[in-house]
Structures are given as C-alpha cells and as structure tokens.
Ligand binder design. Structure first.
Ligand code: GCW
Length: 666
C-alpha cells in the first residue's frame, strides 16, 4: 500500500470494455521504443489495462519521427498532438513525439476509466492538439517543507532543506502528465534562504535527477529565481541588470546551471513585488531585468517567465489616488514590445489577487507585442482553503472566454494565451498549485477536481466544466451514475455559492488578514495593501471610473465604456468599478443592500444543501473519501454562517436599511 491516494491514476477494476478487441493491440507511431517517454507510455498502458480490465495488450511500433530538442515554444503543440483511431485488431496512436504518444495513451486510459464505449469514442478517430503551448504548475513550496498558501500538508519535494525524490515524485509526474501538464516550477516565487542555493552545486544532482524523471513524462522542470542572486549567493554588491559584473556573473552561473541540469526549461521570476528584490532598486525597468536574464538563457534554449504582480504594498489607506488595480498595467504596458523574444510575462487573471470575482487583467488584451501567460490559482487562498468546496473550472472558463477586443477576431483570453492572436513565440497558462503531502494530495478530495480540471482545461480549452467534473468523479471516486450525478451537482455551482456568502458584487477581500480564510469585513480596510471596500453609511465600492482612479479606461472599447458606466457594468463587478449608494438598483432589479442580504442568506443555505447532498453518499463512496469531505463540509458551514451573519450585520449597521424579508440580522 502506498501512503498516498492514487486519485485518477488508481486504475481500479472496471466492468465495461473487457471484451473490446481494440484494447488488445496498440500500434504506436511517432517515436521509437527506445524513447524514454514512449517506454513510460507503454508501461502506463499495460499497467492501466491490466488493472482495470485484466488485459495485456500487444504493442507494435510504427514509424518514428526525429526527436526534436527540448523547446518551450509554439511548435511544441505540433509535437504533442495525437490521434487515436481504431483498426481491425486493435487501435492506433499516432503522434510526432513520445509526448504525443503518452497523451494518446492517457486518452485511451481515461476512456476506459470512465467506462466509455471504446468503439464509439474513437469511431471516427480522435485528434487532439493542445490548446496551449505551456501548461504549467507553479509550486509555492519552500525548502523547509512549508508551503506558502498550502492547505494540503507539507511539501512532497522538500524536507529540511533537502530535495526528496521517491515513488511519490514519480507518481506525481504520472498524475499531472495524465492531464496534460508539461511544465512545473518546483519552488516558491518568493525565493529565500536555502532556495536561493538551488542554482548551486548543493542541489544540482537532485535537480538533475528530478528533471530527468519529469522529462520521462514530457514535463519540463523550471525553477523560481532570486533576482538578487548576484548579491545573495554571488558575493557582488549589485543586481543592476545593466552592470557588466552582474551580467558576467549570470553568464557563468547559467552555463553551470544548464550543464548540470540539462532538462531545465528556464526560470520564473517575482521581482520588485512584496519585498522581493528587483531592477527598480537600480532605477531600471522590469524589461531591463527580464531581458538581461533572457539574453543569457537564450543560449540554452531557455525562457524567462517574469511575473506582472508588481504593485505598491505599502500604500496609505487614506490615499484614494493610488489604485492597486492599475499597478500591473502601469508597470508593464509602457514597455510592450521591449521584452525580448524568450521572455514571457505571467499575468494573474485579475488586477488584484485571485479574488472569487475580479475583472480580467487589462494587460491581457492590452499587450500586443509581448509573449503572455495567464496565471490562475487552484490553491484556494481566497476561495476556501480546500475546506470549502469551490470548483474553479467554471471561473477559468469565464476568464478564457472573455473578449478583450484586442483584435478583430481571435480576441479572447484563450486566443491570446494560446499564442494565436499575436502568433507569439511562447505562451500558455500556469496555475499556483494546490498539492501537498496529505494522503489525498489536495486536502479535500473534492479539491482534486481543480488539479485534474486545470490540466484538462489547459490542454483542451473547449472542454466544458461539467465534462471535466464528470471525468474527475468517475476516475477518482465512483462509476455509480447516481453518485456521479450528485458529486457533479455539488461541484458545478460551488464557486457561485462561495461567492454568494463571501464578498459581494466583485469588491473582493473582507477576509481575515494574513490567513485569508474567514470573514473580517474591515480586516484590510485600514491597512497598507491597497485592498479597500470604502463602505460608509451611504454606500460602498471603489470608484475606478474616469472620475475616480481611471482604471476602467484601461480596457479596450467597448469594455471600457461598459465598465465605466454603473448602468452598463455587469452586476457581479459593479462594486469593483463604482462606489454606489446602498439604494442603487442593480440590473437584477434589487438594490445593492438587498442584494447583499439575499445572496448571503442564499449562499449559506445553498452551502447547507451541498452538505446534505454529500451526506446522502454515505456508504456509496469509500469511507475515507466520505469522512474527509464530511469533515470539511462541517467547517465550511460554520465558515459560511459567519460570513453570512457578519456581512449582513455589518451592512445593516452601516446603512440602517432593514432586510425587506425581515430575516434575522444581528
Ligand atoms: O496572493 C499573494 C499571496 C502571497 C503570494 C503572492 C504572489 C507567493 O498572499 O502569499 O506570494 O500573492 O502571488 O506572489
């Protein structure tokens, strides 16, 4: 027995498919049997089919493409594409690389695992080309084993400043490769202490071993980099990106790093953000910093992913001119076109910080001459800490589908990050991951749907939230139709329910400072973080219109005009863009205050209904899963109740306006 769950690669026994002739022989073409990814693919196929159906398939190798060198660029999608089709005595997986074959194998295993009719599923051949070149997970794991914003135990990569490589490491690679992840950053973007030494001899051997394991599953290893390495580990007195000594140090360093870790894809950098060092200290731009590193990394075919989460975190709450929402745009937009071609800017989905509802960052659709990557967060920092169930795939679908109007066609976020809109050399999507060393990897079993779902969606943006949820439940929890239905019905509305009992109408925050779990309406109101709701006895919201901070105007038309006008702005974002009286009527016909009361009472009630649904599964799912999720639901309900009562009481006390429906407010 392993000391962790195998989730969707557990390959428990299945009933359907045993007599399917097509599963008895596989013709693989695209890479040869000596390719190490192909070896892993074949092992996976054999293990999976044996365990699920007691079938030992024959393997026939067909034509073999040339193995191209490691590359993070656009053409990667050509090599990762696969086609699965039926033949008389088996089935064929055609690709142009080992990775393509591996993804084809996982497609077949998924179908078997979901008890699909194989003949039907592949009747006309199925070709899938990944929607995004880079499909990444960002770990915020620290080398002491703690995880920043981790809610699933400690890191499985590090113990006491050492890198741990064991069976779990390999199963992790299998698990994420199975949903299409092809790149992983294994350390926190806040690079401090031991992590600064990742690029030294101290860790090279382990990193090289890890990189090889990942490479066997088509995954490229990335590291977060300390921008001030020249000072902190190099003994120089500067990290000025234009300083010759600094440049020379990096040249030597990178030569060493890429020699010792040949599989390394590049680096992720958080600079000039929340106390991390960066080029601003030397009066240089973000582009100066990114380009310096990228020019050196280029020689090794590597990329620099540079985060846009740069803002003033020492704001004065009295100051109404400074608007944190503008910061990313103001810091990065003026240099559009200046970032070198192996730099990617990594942009959080919203302008603030992973709130339950935010508008899309105006950099997405603003930047036109820069490689871009979207950053989302499946670690539930602001969305319930993997205690509250919050299936995030519907939110990600909204983000990807958002029309930025940056061009006549292909203007959605999905188009931009796929690289199609601007034919970008590098692009993709990253998620701050939600894993840890808990038995079930993600704290709450249901939070596994976000890990599974992120990968599936990044690989195939056209999949629906429901299809993904259903696959997750069938592969991980149960095949029983009623159970599948019940859990899918819990997952699908969970994000909107969470939104209803927490902060209203896009304003965000109102969370307990530091932990970010639980309600504290004024927790950040008189603090330095730039995250205010500005409520008084008359109204609430931040004026980000042309009369306020001007943020609304950073969007392309018609989005700018829509957001700038309280009568056009969608309800769910209206307090993000406008300061409004409690009596302001929303499109829904309700006043702001009545909306707050209604949604909070409803949200809490709906959370109770979700918990009831879960209770009905006793005896129908494993005890381990049932108990884990039940215990979380108990905590979710007390959390939801606090949110509901605190928010309602707060706004009743501020506004003095009673609830039309006369419900109990304190
Ligand atoms: O959401 C904030 C978090 C920080 C995090 C930061 C970031 C890694 O509260 O913990 O630091 O974002 O994205 O860099």
């Amino acid at each position: 027995m392993k000391n962790y769950a195998e989730l969707w690669i557990g390959y428990g026994e299945r009933q359907t498919g045993r007599d399917c002739i097509n599963l008895r022989k596989f013709y693989l073409s695209g890479a040869g049997e000596s390719d190490k990814i192909v070896k892993n693919a074949v092992r996976e196929l054999k293990t999976g089919l044996k365990a699920m159906l007691d079938i030992d398939p024959g393997i026939v190798f067909g034509s073999c493409a040339e193995t191209a060198p490691v590359n993070n660029g656009r053409d990667i999608q050509d090599r990762e594409e696969y086609t699965v089709s039926l033949c008389d005595d088996g089935m064929a997986i055609d690709a142009k690389s080992g990775a393509g074959i591996l993804y084809g194998v996982f497609d077949v295993l998924r179908s078997v695992s979901c008890e699909k009719d194989i003949k039907e599923a592949y009747a006309s051949g199925k070709t899938v080309r990944p929607s995004n070149p880079l499909r990444m997970l960002n770990h915020w794991d620290n080398m002491d084993g703690s995880i920043e914003r981790g809610y699933s135990g400690e890191s499985f990569f590090y113990v006491n400043d050492e890198i741990v490589i064991d069976e779990r490491t390999v199963d992790y690679a299998r698990m994420i490769a199975s949903v299409g992840i092809n790149a992983v950053v294994i350390n926190n973007v806040n690079v401090k202490q031991a992590a600064s030494y990742m690029i030294t001899d101290r860790y090279f051997d382990k990193l090289s071993e890890l990189g090889e394991i990942f490479a066997g599953y088509g995954i490229r290893l990335f590291l977060s980099l300390n921008y001030a390495s020249t000072i902190e580990i190099g003994g120089l007195d500067s990290a000025d990106p234009l300083d010759e000594k600094v440049i020379a140090w990096w040249k030597t360093k990178m030569a060493e790093v890429f020699e010792r870790i040949p599989t390394l894809g590049g680096f992720l950098v958080k600079a000039d953000s929340e106390g991390r060092p960066g080029p601003f200290t030397y009066g240089r731009t973000q582009a100066d910093g990114a380009n310096m590193l990228a020019d050196i990394a280029k020689e090794y075919n590597a990329i620099i992913i540079w985060r846009c989460f740069v803002y003033n975190c020492k704001q004065d709450w009295r100051d109404r001119k400074t608007d944190r929402a503008r910061a990313g745009y103001d810091n990065f937009m003026p240099m559009d076109g200046d970032y070198h071609d192996n730099v990617i800017l990594q942009i959080k989905n919203g302008p603030m910080d992973f709130q339950i509802r935010e508008p899309i960052s105006p950099l997405l659709g603003g930047l036109k001459k820069t490689n871009q990557m979207l950053e989302v967060q499946i670690a539930q920092e602001y969305t319930g800490h993997q205690i509250d169930v919050c299936y995030l795939i519907p939110e990600f679908k909204e983000i990807l589908g958002f029309k930025t109007y940056c061009s006549d066609d292909k203007d959605t976020v999905a188009d931009i990050i796929s690289g199609d809109t601007f034919e970008s050399r590098y692009s993709g999507i990253a998620a701050v991951t939600n894993t840890g060393n808990d038995f079930n990897w993600t704290g709450n079993y249901l939070a596994g749907a976000n890990l599974f779902g992120f990968g599936r969606l990044a690989f195939d943006t056209d999949l629906s939230s429901e299809e993904i949820a259903e696959e997750f439940v069938r592969m991980t929890i149960s095949q029983d139709e009623a159970v599948v239905r019940t859990i899918v019905d819990i997952l699908l509305p969970s994000r909107e329910i969470y939104e209803r009992y927490t902060s209203p109408l896009g304003i965000g925050w109102m969370v307990t400072p530091a932990t970010h779990y639980g309600c504290s309406v004024d927790g950040y109101e008189y603090d330095r973080w730039g995250t205010y709701h500005r409520a008084d006895h008359l109204g609430i919201g931040v004026d980000r219109t042309d009369k306020g901070t001007g943020y609304a105007l950073l969007y392309n038309e018609p989005n700018a005009s829509v957001y700038n006008d309280p009568d056009k702005c969608p309800d769910e974002l209206v307090l993000f863009f406008h300061h409004l009286p409690y009596t302001h009527k929303l499109h829904s016909g309700k006043t702001v205050i009545q909306h707050i009361y209604d949604t909070h009472f409803e949200g809490y009630e709906e959370a109770q209904q979700l918990a009831e649904k879960w209770k009905s599964l006793k005896g129908k799912v494993s005890d381990e899963i049932f108990e884990n999720v039940s215990e979380r639901f108990e905590r979710q309900l007390s959390n939801a109740r606090e949110w509901c009562d605190q928010v309602n009481s707060y706004f009743f006390r501020k506004s003095g306006i009673p609830d039309e429906k006369g419900r109990q407010i304190y």
